[in-house]
Ligand binder design. Structure first.
Ligand SMILES: [Mg+2]
Length: 245
């Protein structure tokens, strides 16, 4: 199935998080420091990357080929395997194949935004924790806006649109403001898609307002929703999403 759109919104939590390499650096860094062999860290990260290339994505590798990780990366070291299991629990909330999808969207000319339920920010928008997360990982170049109940910030200029203040995903009102915002720029809700994991936050309220919706189950499968499509890896977006002319 192909969806033709002009705009794509991504949820943040359990959708966009630590980039894969960052996570693996932490994962193998912690394991081999704990084992007293920090000199092995970069080799292990490299070996993990080889397996990821071989099997195509993190979830497939993680769920279907664990034995390869245990033997090829960890050398069947029992302590290392146990540490890996423990560490993974700490680092589960991360996204895979995200950048590949974002590169595709940019190439297609599809505008992207993060749409998140962040209701409070200690720092001004643009310097909030989500904008900082994107900037630190060099992902801000892919996203035009970060849309939150505190307001919308356009990352390139740090300009803030206050119309979003107080509008939330849970109530669905953020999608009302978003629909109006997009319409003013010539984009209908049927030409816009929302990607996220939670039916009640990311999918159903957006669907109700005419947005196309994609449920991401790569971290957590929250069950049935009104989503047009369900994906378990962001890589799938490269074939699903096309620019609407
Ligand atoms: Mg989420």
């Amino acid at each position: 199935m192909v969806l033709e759109v002009k705009w794509c919104g991504f949820d943040y939590g359990e959708c966009i998080m630590n980039a894969d390499d960052v996570r693996n650096a932490i994962l193998y860094g912690d394991i081999y420091k704990a084992l007293g062999k920090p000199e092995l860290i970069s080799e292990k990260i490299g070996r993990h990357r080889v397996l990821k290339e071989k099997y195509g994505s993190y979830p497939i590798l993680q769920e279907g080929h664990r034995d390869d990780i245990y033997s090829f990366v960890l050398g069947k070291d029992k302590t290392a395997i146990e540490l890996l299991r423990l560490e993974e629990q700490e680092l589960l909330d991360t996204a895979d194949d995200l950048e590949e999808a974002l590169v595709h969207l940019k190439r297609e000319g599809i505008e992207t935004a993060v749409v998140t339920e962040m209701k409070y920010s200690r720092n001004p928008l643009g310097d909030d924790r989500i904008s900082r997360f994107l900037k630190k990982r060099n992902l801000d170049k892919y996203f035009k806006d970060v849309i939150t109940p505190v307001g919308k910030v356009t990352l390139e200029t740090n300009s803030v649109d206050g119309r979003y203040e107080g509008a939330t995903k849970a109530q669905g009102t953020i999608y009302d403001v978003l629909a109006k915002d997009l319409r003013e720029r010539g984009i209908g809700t049927h030409e816009a898609v929302m990607v996220g994991d939670r039916p009640g936050m990311d999918i159903n309220p957006a669907h109700k307002r005419g947005f196309k919706t994609i449920q991401y189950t790569g971290f957590t499968n929250h069950g049935l929703s009104k989503a047009d499509i369900v994906i378990s890896s962001f890589g799938e977006l490269t074939t699903i999403l096309r620019k609407k002319n």
